[in-house]
Design a protein around this ligand. Sequence first.
Ligand code: C2E
Ligand code: CA
Ligand code: CA
Length: 401
Amino acid sequence: MKKIVPNILVVDDSMAILIVMEAILKELGLSETITTTLSARDALDKVKTNPTYYDAIFTDLNMPEMDGMELIRHLGELNYQGGIIIVSEMDHKVISLAANLAKQHNAHLIGNIAKPVQLSQVSRLLIKVAQLNSHTLLKEPVISKDELIDALKNDEITPFYQPKINTDNNKIESVEVLARILSSKDGNIILPNRFINTAEQHNLINQITFSLFEKATSEFKNMKAQLGHDFKMAFNLSPTQLDDLSCPNKLLLILELNRLTPSNIIIEITEQHALSSLMQLETLNRLRMHGFGLSLDDFGVGFTNMEQLRNLPFTEIKIDRSLISNIETDLFSQVVVSSLINITSGEHLDLVAEGVERPEELAYLKHYRRNLAIQGFLFSCPKPKEEFILWAKKWTETPHP
Ligand code: C2E
Ligand code: CA
Ligand code: CA
């Protein structure tokens, strides 16, 4: 299921804007996949007919009959999974409120463009559409159930490590463990987007998690000794794994074997799917009661709104890459991130910015006086243990301005 060019729907009651948008999208190589309409109702009908067809919708706010806010609300009700971009001049308060409302309605508002529309703005937002899709679409062929079972039998599930760095003192605060399949035949590395879904579908995700958890926690003490300082280790759990009420006990058992305590561990849960079942909430609470750190991953692309954050027992929020990339020039991301910082200040929540790739992004993030941890290729990509330790020693020894 390879998909390269996104399908775009543009809705605006001004024919002139539609013509400009179409010209820009064509210039960006999307001529085959653009649909335009003058009416929000028509746009909604198009999505109703084929809910998964459009990867992104560019919408005006001010339109007769049905306006942009109403369209966004209906798209949320339809559980529309693509990105929504508002094409309209908006001030900070309006952006912040629109983003929050969209979240309440389970819609993915990913940015706004001021009129007159410029090619560079549209191009920047198409990158965000691609990033959003990387959460929901599978770009590379997934591996089959049998291939995954073989990988598990051959013990090929391998932890890779990526640091989260405190911007105040440049310390490695924690290290995220990311799953890889390391082929014993040819040494090829298979990334999680090719096997996590298969694992979830065929009930193999627990085996992956516990294999990783055993391997990484058994290496934890040795890694700390080599780095010469304490840090936490973070693991990803799929929300479905929280439905298993015995999950915390299984993790505790492995920790005990390795003489570790839950306070050394952070559990990351993606925000993509709403945490819904009572069982999931019970497990979440139990993990927290045992002392595990709990991190809400990919915040910004999912369905937790700012107010719900207060009622869930999270200790950390990871701001999704789509809100971080190009933040220094992206007013929408700036407003959403700063309102998140305001809401979480005084809440004892650690904040992590994910996917920092460029020095400009880091420099902008340092403007916020709030203590932020940073994770991203700018510092280090995920690495196998030995390589990570070499990197981390060098990082710790090098003075940082
Ligand atoms: P995630 O938990 O959001 O992990 C961060 C992903 O972003 C990682 O991709 C990491 O390599 C990538 N990343 C980090 N910094 C940057 C950056 O600066 N730029 C860019 N472009 N990417 C960056 P990875 O390792 O391919 O993992 C993808 C997803 O697979 C993870 O997203 C997580 O949702 C899932 N996953 C990985 N390991 C596990 C696991 O053990 N269990 C479960 N359930 N899911 C896992
Ligand atoms: Ca994660
Ligand atoms: Ca993430």
